[in-house]
Design a protein around this ligand. Sequence first.
Ligand SMILES: NC(=O)c1ccc[n+]([C@@H]2O[C@H](COP(=O)([O-])OP(=O)(O)OC[C@H]3O[C@@H](n4cnc5c(N)ncnc54)[C@H](O)[C@@H]3O)[C@@H](O)[C@H]2O)c1
Length: 321
Amino acid sequence: MFDEKRKVVLIGTGFVGMSMAYSIMNTGGIDELVLIDVNEEKAQGEAMDISDGLPYAKTHMKVIAGNYHECRDADIVVITAGAAQKPGQTRLELAGINAKIIKNITKQVMSSGFNGIIVVASNPVDLMSYVVKKVSGLPANRVIGSGTILDTARLRHKMCEYLNITSSNIHAYVLGEHGDSSFVSWDNAYVGCLKLYDYLDRKGIEHTELEHIHQEVRDAAYKIIERKKATYYGIGLSLNRLLQAILNDENAILTVSAHQDGQYTDEDIYIGVPAVVNRSGVKEIIKLDLNKNDQEKFNHSCKTLKQTIKETIDQIIEDKA
Ligand SMILES: NC(=O)c1ccc[n+]([C@@H]2O[C@H](COP(=O)([O-])OP(=O)(O)OC[C@H]3O[C@@H](n4cnc5c(N)ncnc54)[C@H](O)[C@@H]3O)[C@@H](O)[C@H]2O)c1
């Protein structure tokens, strides 16, 4: 892996997948991008369209439409295939339909002989990452969900606007399910190297706005989908950020959906936590000290996911069809 050619296979050439592809075109860092979609003509058209911009891209990249054999020597497979939320629909409501799709895709990826890292963005992303881990049999550190990476970007952007401090100096994380039970651990939020609460106190800024900011972050997808039917640019950039952290062996701390092995409380689920990401995938989960209230929110998020695993997901994974 990662010796010479950097090869990524994208499965699902819809809004999210192609926004990621376009973001990669703008940053470079990948030598070959293979596009796979159940709608083969769409994948072909996307490869043709995006390749047209190559002379103006930062670095050269080969972009082709292909099939599952292409996964054999890929460093990373990114899955963005499946149904997307409709207006008013929760992410969890997609669980049944997308679990079947993701199971089928994972089997085809693995039958190519693939032995790299799988990044999952299809929703509900924590549950789809669980499906990929179970069906692929890959080590847990090599299956990574995009988790709350986008929610954290939304939070940092809103905090940047609220405090008028650049977002790269806002260290605050959205934790838990990428969905309605996500939360922010404000105790663990920093502005530069100052605790957020201390910074607010020094500036005489009320703490009361913080919960409102989280509500805006949590409901952002609903508001965007209401207006333009889908969300894709934000997640496209976030996925590219995750790929670069892996391929460049960055040891970057990102909030991804990572396999839990008791680091917080639960085991054998995927959920959004800060984690160190490098070319081995998830190198380490960062355990934050959560206050009682935040720990309860985290437990609630885990319980919500576990309930859907028990009611819907495990059955689909076990189904021999
Ligand atoms: N993780 C996040 O933060 C985040 C953010 C936005 C959207 N999403 C999710 O990403 C997914 C894709 O969203 P979108 O807006 O790109 O949807 P889209 O409908 O534009 O694209 C989905 C693509 O998947 C393809 N597809 C469907 N079944 C397939 C299969 N079996 N094999 C291969 N390809 C298949 C479709 O042909 C289509 O091209 C959704 O589940 C959505 O909820 C995740």
